[in-house]
Design a protein around this ligand. Structure first.
Ligand code: PLP
Length: 429
Protein backbone atom coordinates (compact mmCIF):
# COMPACT_ATOMS: atom_id res chain seq x y z
CA UNK A 1 0.00 0.00 0.00
CA UNK A 2 1.20 3.47 -0.85
CA UNK A 3 2.01 5.12 2.52
CA UNK A 4 2.16 8.61 1.03
CA UNK A 5 -1.43 8.43 -0.21
CA UNK A 6 -2.92 6.60 2.76
CA UNK A 7 -3.79 9.68 4.82
CA UNK A 8 -6.05 10.98 2.09
CA UNK A 9 -8.91 8.64 3.05
CA UNK A 10 -8.36 9.54 6.68
CA UNK A 11 -8.48 13.23 5.81
CA UNK A 12 -11.70 12.77 3.91
CA UNK A 13 -13.17 10.83 6.83
CA UNK A 14 -12.18 13.61 9.23
CA UNK A 15 -13.59 16.38 7.03
CA UNK A 16 -16.83 14.48 6.48
CA UNK A 17 -17.14 13.92 10.24
CA UNK A 18 -16.83 17.66 10.62
CA UNK A 19 -19.21 18.74 7.86
CA UNK A 20 -21.48 15.90 6.74
CA UNK A 21 -24.34 14.52 8.81
CA UNK A 22 -23.55 11.19 10.34
CA UNK A 23 -26.26 8.99 8.81
CA UNK A 24 -24.20 6.15 7.37
CA UNK A 25 -21.50 3.92 8.82
CA UNK A 26 -19.18 4.26 5.85
CA UNK A 27 -16.31 2.02 4.81
CA UNK A 28 -12.87 3.59 4.73
CA UNK A 29 -12.74 3.68 0.97
CA UNK A 30 -13.13 6.60 -1.40
CA UNK A 31 -14.13 5.55 -4.89
CA UNK A 32 -13.01 7.93 -7.57
CA UNK A 33 -13.60 6.13 -10.84
CA UNK A 34 -15.32 3.18 -12.43
CA UNK A 35 -15.58 1.24 -15.66
CA UNK A 36 -18.11 -1.51 -16.28
CA UNK A 37 -18.04 -3.89 -13.29
CA UNK A 38 -14.87 -2.28 -11.91
CA UNK A 39 -14.40 0.48 -9.33
CA UNK A 40 -11.13 2.26 -8.50
CA UNK A 41 -10.41 3.89 -5.14
CA UNK A 42 -8.30 6.94 -4.38
CA UNK A 43 -5.30 4.72 -3.78
CA UNK A 44 -5.58 3.11 -7.19
CA UNK A 45 -6.92 -0.18 -5.85
CA UNK A 46 -9.33 -2.07 -8.04
CA UNK A 47 -12.64 -3.69 -7.00
CA UNK A 48 -15.33 -5.76 -8.67
CA UNK A 49 -18.67 -4.19 -7.85
CA UNK A 50 -21.42 -6.51 -6.60
CA UNK A 51 -23.50 -3.70 -5.11
CA UNK A 52 -23.97 -1.27 -8.04
CA UNK A 53 -24.61 1.61 -5.65
CA UNK A 54 -27.49 -0.43 -4.16
CA UNK A 55 -29.00 -1.72 -7.40
CA UNK A 56 -28.63 1.67 -9.10
CA UNK A 57 -25.86 1.38 -11.68
CA UNK A 58 -27.71 -1.02 -13.98
CA UNK A 59 -25.28 -0.56 -16.87
CA UNK A 60 -22.21 -0.57 -14.65
CA UNK A 61 -19.89 2.41 -14.37
CA UNK A 62 -19.08 4.90 -17.11
CA UNK A 63 -21.16 3.05 -19.69
CA UNK A 64 -20.27 4.60 -23.07
CA UNK A 65 -23.87 5.11 -24.22
CA UNK A 66 -25.01 6.62 -20.91
CA UNK A 67 -21.91 8.80 -20.67
CA UNK A 68 -22.50 10.09 -24.21
CA UNK A 69 -26.17 10.80 -23.46
CA UNK A 70 -25.32 12.73 -20.30
CA UNK A 71 -22.62 14.75 -22.02
CA UNK A 72 -24.93 15.61 -24.89
CA UNK A 73 -27.91 16.51 -22.72
CA UNK A 74 -25.83 18.46 -20.19
CA UNK A 75 -24.51 20.59 -23.03
CA UNK A 76 -28.03 21.18 -24.30
CA UNK A 77 -30.56 21.58 -21.49
CA UNK A 78 -30.67 20.42 -17.87
CA UNK A 79 -33.91 21.74 -16.46
CA UNK A 80 -36.85 24.00 -17.27
CA UNK A 81 -39.57 22.98 -14.71
CA UNK A 82 -42.69 20.95 -15.21
CA UNK A 83 -44.58 23.88 -16.73
CA UNK A 84 -43.21 22.82 -20.11
CA UNK A 85 -42.77 19.82 -22.34
CA UNK A 86 -39.25 18.47 -22.60
CA UNK A 87 -37.47 15.93 -24.72
CA UNK A 88 -37.26 12.25 -23.68
CA UNK A 89 -40.08 12.30 -21.09
CA UNK A 90 -42.82 10.90 -23.33
CA UNK A 91 -40.40 8.29 -24.66
CA UNK A 92 -39.36 7.18 -21.19
CA UNK A 93 -42.99 6.87 -20.06
CA UNK A 94 -43.93 5.05 -23.26
CA UNK A 95 -41.10 2.60 -22.65
CA UNK A 96 -42.26 1.98 -19.08
CA UNK A 97 -45.75 1.37 -20.50
CA UNK A 98 -44.40 -1.15 -23.02
CA UNK A 99 -42.15 -2.89 -20.47
CA UNK A 100 -44.95 -3.19 -17.92
CA UNK A 101 -46.91 -5.06 -20.58
CA UNK A 102 -43.91 -7.27 -21.32
CA UNK A 103 -43.37 -5.74 -24.77
CA UNK A 104 -39.61 -5.46 -24.57
CA UNK A 105 -39.12 -5.21 -28.34
CA UNK A 106 -41.49 -2.26 -28.52
CA UNK A 107 -39.61 -0.54 -25.71
CA UNK A 108 -36.40 -1.05 -27.67
CA UNK A 109 -37.91 0.59 -30.76
CA UNK A 110 -39.20 3.59 -28.78
CA UNK A 111 -35.81 3.94 -27.10
CA UNK A 112 -34.05 4.11 -30.42
CA UNK A 113 -36.52 5.86 -32.69
CA UNK A 114 -38.75 7.79 -30.30
CA UNK A 115 -42.53 7.74 -30.00
CA UNK A 116 -44.47 7.45 -33.20
CA UNK A 117 -45.65 11.05 -32.95
CA UNK A 118 -47.18 11.10 -36.43
CA UNK A 119 -49.31 8.04 -35.94
CA UNK A 120 -53.01 8.78 -35.65
CA UNK A 121 -53.75 5.29 -34.39
CA UNK A 122 -51.06 4.77 -31.76
CA UNK A 123 -51.96 2.33 -28.99
CA UNK A 124 -53.91 3.79 -26.14
CA UNK A 125 -51.63 3.86 -23.13
CA UNK A 126 -52.05 1.08 -20.60
CA UNK A 127 -49.85 2.77 -18.02
CA UNK A 128 -49.12 6.42 -17.26
CA UNK A 129 -46.13 7.58 -15.26
CA UNK A 130 -45.31 10.39 -12.83
CA UNK A 131 -41.60 11.16 -12.59
CA UNK A 132 -39.97 11.98 -9.26
CA UNK A 133 -36.39 11.86 -7.98
CA UNK A 134 -36.18 8.95 -5.56
CA UNK A 135 -37.84 5.77 -4.42
CA UNK A 136 -39.45 7.39 -1.40
CA UNK A 137 -40.95 10.10 -3.59
CA UNK A 138 -42.25 7.54 -6.07
CA UNK A 139 -43.99 5.77 -3.17
CA UNK A 140 -45.38 9.06 -1.82
CA UNK A 141 -46.96 9.59 -5.23
CA UNK A 142 -48.41 6.07 -5.21
CA UNK A 143 -49.95 6.54 -1.76
CA UNK A 144 -51.42 9.96 -2.58
CA UNK A 145 -52.86 8.55 -5.80
CA UNK A 146 -54.44 5.61 -3.95
CA UNK A 147 -56.07 7.89 -1.37
CA UNK A 148 -57.30 10.32 -4.02
CA UNK A 149 -58.61 7.45 -6.13
CA UNK A 150 -60.67 6.15 -3.20
CA UNK A 151 -62.05 9.60 -2.49
CA UNK A 152 -62.95 10.37 -6.10
CA UNK A 153 -64.76 7.03 -6.21
CA UNK A 154 -66.89 7.95 -3.24
CA UNK A 155 -65.08 5.70 -0.80
CA UNK A 156 -64.19 6.96 2.64
CA UNK A 157 -61.09 4.76 2.72
CA UNK A 158 -57.58 5.86 3.56
CA UNK A 159 -55.77 2.93 5.20
CA UNK A 160 -52.81 1.32 3.45
CA UNK A 161 -51.79 -2.23 4.35
CA UNK A 162 -48.01 -2.81 4.38
CA UNK A 163 -45.84 -5.82 5.18
CA UNK A 164 -43.77 -6.31 8.29
CA UNK A 165 -40.08 -6.22 7.44
CA UNK A 166 -40.76 -4.15 4.32
CA UNK A 167 -38.94 -0.99 3.34
CA UNK A 168 -40.43 1.96 1.47
CA UNK A 169 -38.12 4.91 2.14
CA UNK A 170 -37.04 7.51 4.69
CA UNK A 171 -39.63 10.29 4.47
CA UNK A 172 -42.08 10.32 7.38
CA UNK A 173 -44.89 8.85 5.28
CA UNK A 174 -42.72 6.09 3.84
CA UNK A 175 -41.24 5.41 7.30
CA UNK A 176 -44.83 4.98 8.51
CA UNK A 177 -45.31 2.47 5.68
CA UNK A 178 -42.09 0.69 6.66
CA UNK A 179 -43.19 -1.77 9.33
CA UNK A 180 -39.93 -1.94 11.25
CA UNK A 181 -39.92 -0.81 14.89
CA UNK A 182 -36.27 0.17 14.72
CA UNK A 183 -36.87 2.70 11.91
CA UNK A 184 -40.09 4.14 13.36
CA UNK A 185 -39.41 4.26 17.10
CA UNK A 186 -37.81 7.69 17.50
CA UNK A 187 -39.89 9.58 14.96
CA UNK A 188 -43.33 9.63 16.51
CA UNK A 189 -45.90 10.81 15.75
CA UNK A 190 -45.80 9.21 12.33
CA UNK A 191 -48.53 9.82 9.76
CA UNK A 192 -51.42 7.47 10.54
CA UNK A 193 -53.43 5.23 8.26
CA UNK A 194 -51.17 2.20 7.98
CA UNK A 195 -51.97 -1.40 8.87
CA UNK A 196 -49.27 -4.05 9.31
CA UNK A 197 -49.55 -7.56 7.88
CA UNK A 198 -47.02 -10.37 7.97
CA UNK A 199 -45.61 -11.20 4.54
CA UNK A 200 -47.04 -14.36 2.98
CA UNK A 201 -49.67 -14.66 5.74
CA UNK A 202 -52.86 -15.04 3.73
CA UNK A 203 -54.96 -15.74 6.81
CA UNK A 204 -53.92 -12.48 8.43
CA UNK A 205 -54.58 -10.51 5.26
CA UNK A 206 -58.04 -12.09 4.91
CA UNK A 207 -58.79 -11.12 8.51
CA UNK A 208 -57.57 -7.54 7.98
CA UNK A 209 -59.85 -7.14 4.98
CA UNK A 210 -62.78 -8.81 6.78
CA UNK A 211 -62.44 -6.42 9.71
CA UNK A 212 -61.33 -3.19 8.02
CA UNK A 213 -61.97 -3.66 4.29
CA UNK A 214 -64.24 -0.61 4.17
CA UNK A 215 -61.38 1.63 5.22
CA UNK A 216 -58.59 0.17 3.04
CA UNK A 217 -57.56 2.09 -0.08
CA UNK A 218 -54.46 0.04 -0.94
CA UNK A 219 -52.06 -2.75 -0.15
CA UNK A 220 -48.47 -1.71 -0.81
CA UNK A 221 -45.58 -4.18 -0.82
CA UNK A 222 -42.29 -5.19 -2.36
CA UNK A 223 -42.69 -8.36 -4.44
CA UNK A 224 -39.29 -9.32 -3.02
CA UNK A 225 -38.31 -7.51 0.18
CA UNK A 226 -34.88 -6.03 -0.40
CA UNK A 227 -33.56 -4.22 2.64
CA UNK A 228 -34.71 -6.96 5.02
CA UNK A 229 -32.52 -9.51 3.21
CA UNK A 230 -34.12 -10.52 -0.10
CA UNK A 231 -37.30 -12.25 1.01
CA UNK A 232 -39.67 -13.07 -1.88
CA UNK A 233 -43.44 -13.12 -1.59
CA UNK A 234 -45.15 -16.32 -2.68
CA UNK A 235 -47.17 -16.35 -5.88
CA UNK A 236 -50.17 -17.39 -3.87
CA UNK A 237 -49.83 -14.42 -1.50
CA UNK A 238 -49.52 -12.00 -4.42
CA UNK A 239 -52.64 -13.48 -6.00
CA UNK A 240 -54.52 -13.22 -2.71
CA UNK A 241 -53.59 -9.54 -2.48
CA UNK A 242 -54.80 -9.03 -6.04
CA UNK A 243 -58.11 -10.76 -5.30
CA UNK A 244 -58.79 -9.04 -1.96
CA UNK A 245 -57.93 -5.56 -3.22
CA UNK A 246 -60.14 -6.02 -6.29
CA UNK A 247 -63.03 -7.35 -4.18
CA UNK A 248 -62.82 -4.31 -1.88
CA UNK A 249 -62.21 -1.65 -4.56
CA UNK A 250 -58.76 -1.09 -3.08
CA UNK A 251 -55.58 -0.81 -5.13
CA UNK A 252 -52.56 -3.10 -5.26
CA UNK A 253 -49.29 -1.15 -5.23
CA UNK A 254 -46.00 -2.92 -5.94
CA UNK A 255 -42.93 -1.10 -4.67
CA UNK A 256 -40.45 -2.06 -7.38
CA UNK A 257 -37.89 0.54 -6.39
CA UNK A 258 -35.34 -2.24 -5.94
CA UNK A 259 -36.86 -5.17 -7.86
CA UNK A 260 -37.82 -3.23 -11.00
CA UNK A 261 -36.09 -2.39 -14.28
CA UNK A 262 -34.79 -5.90 -15.12
CA UNK A 263 -33.12 -6.37 -11.71
CA UNK A 264 -35.06 -9.61 -11.18
CA UNK A 265 -34.94 -10.75 -14.80
CA UNK A 266 -38.29 -9.61 -16.15
CA UNK A 267 -38.72 -5.86 -16.67
CA UNK A 268 -40.70 -5.70 -13.42
CA UNK A 269 -40.90 -8.32 -10.68
CA UNK A 270 -44.71 -8.43 -10.58
CA UNK A 271 -44.46 -10.17 -13.96
CA UNK A 272 -42.72 -13.12 -12.27
CA UNK A 273 -45.69 -13.52 -9.94
CA UNK A 274 -48.23 -13.48 -12.73
CA UNK A 275 -50.23 -10.61 -11.22
CA UNK A 276 -50.85 -7.11 -12.52
CA UNK A 277 -50.94 -4.39 -9.85
CA UNK A 278 -52.84 -1.11 -10.21
CA UNK A 279 -49.77 0.96 -9.41
CA UNK A 280 -46.06 0.21 -9.29
CA UNK A 281 -43.10 2.35 -8.37
CA UNK A 282 -39.49 2.22 -9.52
CA UNK A 283 -36.33 4.23 -8.92
CA UNK A 284 -32.93 2.76 -8.17
CA UNK A 285 -31.89 1.22 -11.48
CA UNK A 286 -33.97 3.26 -13.88
CA UNK A 287 -31.52 6.00 -14.83
CA UNK A 288 -28.27 4.18 -14.16
CA UNK A 289 -27.11 6.50 -11.38
CA UNK A 290 -28.87 9.74 -12.21
CA UNK A 291 -31.53 10.27 -9.52
CA UNK A 292 -34.98 9.35 -10.78
CA UNK A 293 -38.07 7.83 -9.22
CA UNK A 294 -41.24 6.97 -11.07
CA UNK A 295 -44.77 5.93 -10.22
CA UNK A 296 -46.73 4.14 -12.94
CA UNK A 297 -50.45 3.50 -12.73
CA UNK A 298 -53.01 1.93 -15.01
CA UNK A 299 -54.30 4.79 -17.14
CA UNK A 300 -57.81 4.99 -15.69
CA UNK A 301 -56.39 5.21 -12.18
CA UNK A 302 -53.58 7.57 -13.21
CA UNK A 303 -56.22 9.91 -14.65
CA UNK A 304 -57.46 10.53 -11.11
CA UNK A 305 -54.71 13.13 -10.87
CA UNK A 306 -55.45 16.56 -12.28
CA UNK A 307 -53.14 19.61 -12.21
CA UNK A 308 -52.55 20.71 -8.64
CA UNK A 309 -53.01 17.31 -6.97
CA UNK A 310 -49.33 16.39 -7.02
CA UNK A 311 -46.08 17.86 -8.26
CA UNK A 312 -42.31 18.16 -8.15
CA UNK A 313 -39.70 20.74 -9.12
CA UNK A 314 -36.98 18.41 -10.31
CA UNK A 315 -38.83 15.25 -11.36
CA UNK A 316 -38.83 14.31 -15.02
CA UNK A 317 -36.11 16.73 -16.05
CA UNK A 318 -34.59 16.49 -19.54
CA UNK A 319 -31.35 15.20 -18.02
CA UNK A 320 -32.94 12.45 -15.92
CA UNK A 321 -35.28 11.41 -18.73
CA UNK A 322 -32.46 11.29 -21.27
CA UNK A 323 -30.54 9.03 -18.89
CA UNK A 324 -33.54 6.77 -18.23
CA UNK A 325 -34.33 6.54 -21.93
CA UNK A 326 -30.80 5.37 -22.62
CA UNK A 327 -30.79 2.87 -19.76
CA UNK A 328 -34.17 1.38 -20.70
CA UNK A 329 -33.14 1.31 -24.33
CA UNK A 330 -29.86 -0.50 -23.65
CA UNK A 331 -31.56 -3.02 -21.36
CA UNK A 332 -34.38 -3.67 -23.81
CA UNK A 333 -32.21 -3.90 -26.92
CA UNK A 334 -29.76 -6.19 -25.10
CA UNK A 335 -32.64 -8.42 -23.95
CA UNK A 336 -31.44 -8.16 -20.38
CA UNK A 337 -34.47 -10.15 -19.25
CA UNK A 338 -32.86 -13.32 -20.63
CA UNK A 339 -29.35 -12.27 -19.76
CA UNK A 340 -30.10 -11.38 -16.12
CA UNK A 341 -32.04 -14.61 -15.63
CA UNK A 342 -29.07 -16.59 -16.89
CA UNK A 343 -26.34 -14.84 -14.92
CA UNK A 344 -28.62 -14.70 -11.86
CA UNK A 345 -29.26 -18.45 -11.98
CA UNK A 346 -25.52 -19.03 -12.27
CA UNK A 347 -24.81 -16.75 -9.29
CA UNK A 348 -27.41 -18.51 -7.17
CA UNK A 349 -26.09 -21.94 -8.08
CA UNK A 350 -22.46 -21.00 -7.33
CA UNK A 351 -23.44 -19.57 -3.94
CA UNK A 352 -25.64 -22.53 -3.05
CA UNK A 353 -22.72 -24.87 -3.78
CA UNK A 354 -20.57 -23.22 -1.09
CA UNK A 355 -20.36 -25.42 2.02
CA UNK A 356 -21.01 -22.61 4.52
CA UNK A 357 -24.02 -21.16 2.75
CA UNK A 358 -27.36 -22.43 4.08
CA UNK A 359 -29.87 -20.59 1.90
CA UNK A 360 -29.91 -18.57 -1.31
CA UNK A 361 -32.94 -16.43 -2.20
CA UNK A 362 -34.05 -13.97 -4.83
CA UNK A 363 -34.56 -13.60 -8.55
CA UNK A 364 -32.30 -12.47 -11.35
CA UNK A 365 -29.44 -10.42 -9.98
CA UNK A 366 -31.10 -9.60 -6.66
CA UNK A 367 -29.73 -12.35 -4.46
CA UNK A 368 -29.67 -12.92 -0.71
CA UNK A 369 -27.39 -15.53 0.77
CA UNK A 370 -27.60 -16.80 4.37
CA UNK A 371 -24.40 -17.98 6.04
CA UNK A 372 -24.19 -20.93 8.43
CA UNK A 373 -24.42 -20.08 12.14
CA UNK A 374 -20.77 -20.89 12.80
CA UNK A 375 -19.63 -18.40 10.16
CA UNK A 376 -18.40 -14.90 11.06
CA UNK A 377 -20.86 -11.99 11.09
CA UNK A 378 -21.83 -11.12 7.51
CA UNK A 379 -20.57 -7.56 8.07
CA UNK A 380 -17.10 -8.98 8.78
CA UNK A 381 -17.37 -11.09 5.63
CA UNK A 382 -18.20 -7.90 3.70
CA UNK A 383 -15.16 -6.15 5.18
CA UNK A 384 -12.91 -9.08 4.32
CA UNK A 385 -14.22 -9.19 0.74
CA UNK A 386 -13.69 -5.44 0.43
CA UNK A 387 -10.06 -5.91 1.42
CA UNK A 388 -9.85 -8.58 -1.30
CA UNK A 389 -11.29 -6.22 -3.91
CA UNK A 390 -15.02 -7.06 -3.94
CA UNK A 391 -17.87 -4.74 -3.04
CA UNK A 392 -20.79 -6.64 -1.51
CA UNK A 393 -23.41 -5.82 1.11
CA UNK A 394 -24.81 -7.40 4.27
CA UNK A 395 -28.43 -6.83 5.31
CA UNK A 396 -27.95 -8.45 8.72
CA UNK A 397 -25.51 -10.58 10.72
CA UNK A 398 -26.29 -13.74 8.71
CA UNK A 399 -27.20 -12.39 5.28
CA UNK A 400 -25.15 -11.19 2.32
CA UNK A 401 -26.92 -9.31 -0.45
CA UNK A 402 -25.64 -9.22 -4.02
CA UNK A 403 -26.89 -6.59 -6.44
CA UNK A 404 -24.28 -6.35 -9.21
CA UNK A 405 -24.69 -4.17 -12.28
CA UNK A 406 -26.89 -6.03 -14.75
CA UNK A 407 -23.93 -6.27 -17.16
CA UNK A 408 -22.33 -8.76 -14.74
CA UNK A 409 -20.78 -11.80 -16.44
CA UNK A 410 -19.97 -15.33 -15.30
CA UNK A 411 -16.28 -14.52 -14.95
CA UNK A 412 -17.09 -11.81 -12.38
CA UNK A 413 -19.24 -14.30 -10.49
CA UNK A 414 -16.45 -16.91 -10.57
CA UNK A 415 -14.01 -14.38 -9.12
CA UNK A 416 -16.41 -13.34 -6.35
CA UNK A 417 -17.41 -16.87 -5.39
CA UNK A 418 -13.76 -17.92 -5.29
CA UNK A 419 -12.94 -15.04 -2.93
CA UNK A 420 -16.02 -15.71 -0.81
CA UNK A 421 -15.12 -19.40 -0.51
CA UNK A 422 -11.69 -18.41 0.80
CA UNK A 423 -13.16 -15.89 3.21
CA UNK A 424 -15.63 -18.42 4.58
CA UNK A 425 -12.85 -21.00 4.91
CA UNK A 426 -10.84 -18.43 6.87
CA UNK A 427 -8.15 -18.14 4.19
CA UNK A 428 -6.36 -15.06 2.98
CA UNK A 429 -7.22 -14.13 -0.61
C1 PLP B 1 -34.31 1.92 -1.73
C2 PLP B 1 -35.76 1.66 -1.60
C3 PLP B 1 -36.67 2.71 -1.36
C4 PLP B 1 -36.23 4.13 -1.10
O1 PLP B 1 -35.64 4.70 -2.22
P1 PLP B 1 -34.87 6.13 -2.04
O2 PLP B 1 -34.45 6.45 -3.43
O3 PLP B 1 -33.74 5.89 -1.11
O4 PLP B 1 -35.86 7.07 -1.49
C5 PLP B 1 -38.01 2.40 -1.35
N1 PLP B 1 -38.45 1.15 -1.53
C6 PLP B 1 -37.61 0.12 -1.76
C7 PLP B 1 -38.15 -1.25 -1.99
C8 PLP B 1 -36.24 0.34 -1.78
O5 PLP B 1 -35.40 -0.69 -1.96
Amino acid sequence: MNEAKKPSVENVRREEARHVMNTFARNDVQFVEGSGMTLYDSEGRQYIDFLAGIAVCSLGHAHPALTATLRRQAGKLLHVSNYFYVEHRAETAAMIDALADGRIDKAAIIGESGCDYDSKCSDTAGWKTFFANSGAEANECAMKLARLHAKRNGRNANAIVCMRGGFHGRTLETVAATMQERLQRDFQPLPSGFIACSPNDETELERIFAEQGENICAVMLEPIQGESGVHPMTKSFMKTIRRLTSEHQALMICDEVQTGVFRCGSPFAFQIFDVVPDIFTMAKGIAGGVPMGACAAQADIADTFTPGDHGTTFGGSPLACAAARTVLSELSRGRFDKRVNETGAYLKKCLADLPNVVEVRGAGLMVGCDLADDMPDAHDVVADLLSKGFVVNATGPRTLRLLPPLICEKRHIDALVDALAKTLAGKEG
